[in-house]
Ligand binder design. Structure first.
Ligand code: SF4
Ligand code: SF4
Length: 100
């Protein structure tokens, strides 16, 4: 599923620059997630970065966009066209591994 931001958002600006898909943008009153760009961070990170960072926990799953992990990964590939080419499958498609 894509994620969504509720009206509990305090517009702290923390999540927007951390989204690897550029899915988060300021809306009319608070930040919003474009469900067509959100992959739950699949393809980039093990956990949704926005959820990890949000200080008020206002980023639940978007029930209108039920998607499997495979569908989210396919969305990631569509958003990252270079990731599907043989020459660049490596770093871009590999799950991010963070040093402790
Ligand atoms: S879960 Fe990841 S891709 Fe989706 S909005 Fe949050 S940071 Fe962006
Ligand atoms: S991190 Fe949470 S509170 Fe801050 S802008 Fe994003 S959704 Fe809103």
């Amino acid at each position: 599923m894509a994620l969504m931001i509720t009206d509990e958002c305090i517009n702290c600006d923390v999540c927007e620059p951390e989204c690897p898909n550029g899915a988060i943008a300021m809306g009319a009153e608070f930040y919003e997630i474009d469900p067509h760009k959100c992959t739950e961070c699949v393809g980039h990170h093990a956990e949704p970065q926005c959820v990890q960072l949000c200080p008020v926990a206002c980023i639940p799953l978007n029930p209108a966009f039920a998607e499997t992990h495979e569908q989210l990964y396919a969305k990631y590939l569509r958003l990252q066209p270079d990731a599907a080419s043989p020459s660049s499958v490596g770093a871009d498609a590999a799950p991010a591994v963070r040093a402790a």
